[in-house]
Design a protein around this ligand. Structure first.
Ligand code: CMC
Length: 432
């Protein structure tokens, strides 16, 4: 295929280079379009816009493929764990035994937060949303270690490994502490001898005189759930992190913007919305059929939460893995959750329904993750926080990719202006 595309604008023809990715994805490079023609491209929602070239994560939405640094998500979910997958995403390769143990140690030894941060927690009202607290606290980390948050690109990049270990470790401590504070319970400090997932469960559920006994299946499920969320190429929160980083902002400022972007119900907040939807269906005595009709009509403003994806036009591979793991976990724990039956019924009906078939709407990762989190004991308002803990390595890897590229330009999209053209200022006494 030719390495150039030709664009005809009136009588003028221009050649635009074609860029090809390693997995044969192709793009028309329009970077010189405006300077050569005065035109810009218009692509609201960026459905057809490649905002960067990246080596981190690959998705083929048509085939339902997801790979971290080339390795299929199915293999990682079966054989790896969250900390190893984090190393892979951030550093580009699977670690040797020694690299892994050094990385793990670094994360482990960064689990504590500055004591003074506990005072900030105390200032929040008890019903403050943990996503708001998480985002503010992550940004605040830079205040306690200002040498890691200078907004001097060279210095922040040189200190990346230290800052990244802090972010990966402390996000979990902040999340658990915000939960404990909001429920009026004393904060539980991390323990050195526990794994990443165990330590989180300990900080959430231990009591001052009684350590939480982790159930191995629960720890395993949590670990896998975090791994499945670890990165997902240029989604809303990751592209936000990249955009903030492109302006030269430090790591903590950039990833805290990722937390905020993740919060919305169309993105990370969908996991909460799915459970609310399933509970509503259950409370209404509906088996899901009525809800599907409402979601199709669009009149009620309802959507089948946990269904559909901008990129996947086939099964989200994470949904397949998490759906199966969820059933296994519930079985093991002897838990029967009516929401799981409703979810299975909704999935079955939607996959056979023309509306969903024509629009290629399949279950996404959030469809089953909430049911799994409920079985683990995570409270509903912490679901999106769990997504944020899982997504941290992806944000870190993307920040590093942007910060390490000396050719990075500030992200600055254009617009098509549709407002009033030139008009004169009218003094207040002359306004009608
Ligand atoms: N239920 C019913 N209809 C839907 C749904 C849904 N969940 N998702 C999309 N549609 C319809 C939509 O109404 C539109 O129909 P029409 O062509 O008749 O106007 C068509 O499908 C295309 O939808 P869109 O909103 O243009 O698609 P999008 O790519 O902009 O949005 C999405 C993707 C994920 C925001 C959307 O599918 C959605 O709102 N899903 C529910 C929320 C959700 O589960 N989000 C989690 C995404 S996965 C986790 C993550 O990475 O964030």
């Amino acid at each position: 295929m030719s390495k150039e595309a030709t664009l005809k604008l009136g009588e003028k023809e221009i050649s635009l280079p074609i860029i090809e990715g390693t997995a044969e994805e192709k793009a028309v490079d329009v970077r010189a379009l405006r300077s050569n023609t005065g035109f810009i491209t218009y692509d609201e929602g960026f459905g057809n816009t490649g905002s960067c070239q990246s080596k981190i994560t690959f998705i083929d939405g048509e085939q339902g493929i997801l790979r971290y640094r080339g390795i299929p998500i199915e293999q990682l979910a079966e054989k790896s764990d969250f900390i190893e997958a984090s190393y892979l995403l951030i550093h580009g390769e699977l670690p040797t035994a020694e690299q892994r143990s050094r990385f793990s140690d670094r994360v482990r030894s960064n689990a504590f937060i500055d004591e003074r941060m506990h005072l900030i927690f105390e200032g929040y009202p008890s019903d403050a949303h943990p996503m708001a607290i998480l985002s503010a606290m992550i940004n605040s980390l830079g205040c306690y270690d200002p040498h890691l948050a200078t907004n001097n690109r060279e210095q922040d990049f040189a200190n990346f490994d230290e800052a990244a270990a802090m972010a990966l470790s402390k996000v979990r401590t902040i999340a658990a502490a915000s939960y404990r504070m909001s429920t009026g319970q004393p904060v539980i400090y991390p323990k050195r001898d526990l794994s990443y997932a165990e330590n989180f469960l300990h900080m959430m559920f231990s009591q001052p005189y009684e350590d939480f006994e982790p159930i191995p299946e629960v720890t395993k499920a949590l670990n896998m759930m975090l791994l499945l969320h670890a990165d997902h190429e240029q989604n809303c929160s990751t592209s936000t992190v990249r955009m903030v980083c492109s302006g030269g902002a430090n790591l903590f400022a950039s990833i805290s913007s990722g937390v905020t972007a993740l919060w919305g119900p169309l993105h990370g907040g969908a996991n909460m919305a799915v459970i609310q939807m399933l509970e509503e269906i259950h409370a209404d005595g509906d088996d899901g059929s009525r809800f599907i009709e409402d979601a199709k009509s669009g009149k009620s403003g309802k959507r089948l939460m946990g269904f559909g994806h901008r990129v996947y036009k086939n099964f989200d591979p994470r949904a397949k893995i998490i759906g199966a793991a969820c059933e296994k976990l519930l079985d093991k724990l002897g838990v029967s959750d009516p929401c799981l039956d409703i979810a299975r019924k909704l999935e079955q009906e939607a996959l056979a329904d023309d509306y969903f078939i024509q629009r290629k709407l399949y279950p996404n990762v959030d469809f089953y993750s909430g049911i799994m989190m409920r079985a683990i004991g995570i409270p509903l308002n912490m679901f999106t926080v769990m997504f944020a803990i899982g997504r941290m390595p992806g944000w870190l890897a993307n920040w590093k990719e942007v910060a390490s590229n000396p050719k990075t330009r500030i992200s600055r999209p254009r617009q098509i202006y549709q407002g009033s053209v030139l008009r004169d200022y009218v003094p207040v006494e002359q306004r009608g």
